[in-house]
Design a protein around this ligand. Sequence first.
Ligand code: PRP
Ligand code: HPA
Ligand code: MG
Length: 188
Amino acid sequence: MSTSEIHPNVKRVIYTEKEIKERVSELGRQISQDYKDSKNLVLVGILKGSFVFMSDLVRSIHLPNTNVSLEFMSISSYGAETSSSGVIRIMMDLRTSIEGKDVLIIEDIVDSGLTLKHLMELLNHRNPNSLHTAVLLRKKEGLKVDVPVRYMGFDIPMVFIIGYGLDFAENYRELPYLGELKEECYKK
Ligand SMILES: O=P(O)(O)OC[C@H]1O[C@H](OP(=O)(O)OP(=O)(O)O)[C@H](O)[C@@H]1O
Ligand code: HPA
Ligand SMILES: [Mg+2]
């Protein structure tokens, strides 16, 4: 990628399209292996951030003997800030029951861990057969709560990331790579 193709508000590219593609394919292979005996696998994408990761990940999953279905939930905690409000709002819930099914939550990023922790508690109460998580990015130093991530793309430093579905104040989701947002874009 030439520098001219990088968005002017991106300080540096953290992972290129190619690096993301390779890692996501690996995760898909692992998931396909682990769920090969599952009857029903429900992939639950958390909107909006996970939509790009989810669309690439599902196409790397090959489970010919499993009913694989997709569901979405919409959750919001960040608004136009760069740190979690800690208040998680469910804007859209699942449309079907997950009782007795294997459920895999698909998230773009775990930062404080508050969103995923809250979600796992919520979905566990609905009696799935199993409940696990696939997360593209994790900021290990940002974690405020312990939350289990079964399939993890990359551990990243404490910088604000945009692109590949991740936003700042709803912008930059369309960038095909993962980049660090320039500090001057959010520090006043
Ligand atoms: O670990 P946490 O500190 O809770 O942060 C992670 C959550 O924050 C982001 O969602 P956001 O509220 O920005 O909604 P979005 O996916 O629509 O951008 C991200 O997509 C995760 O869901
Ligand atoms: O670094 C981030 N970028 C975008 N969204 C986020 N939500 C939590 N952390 C981040
Ligand atoms: Mg966001």
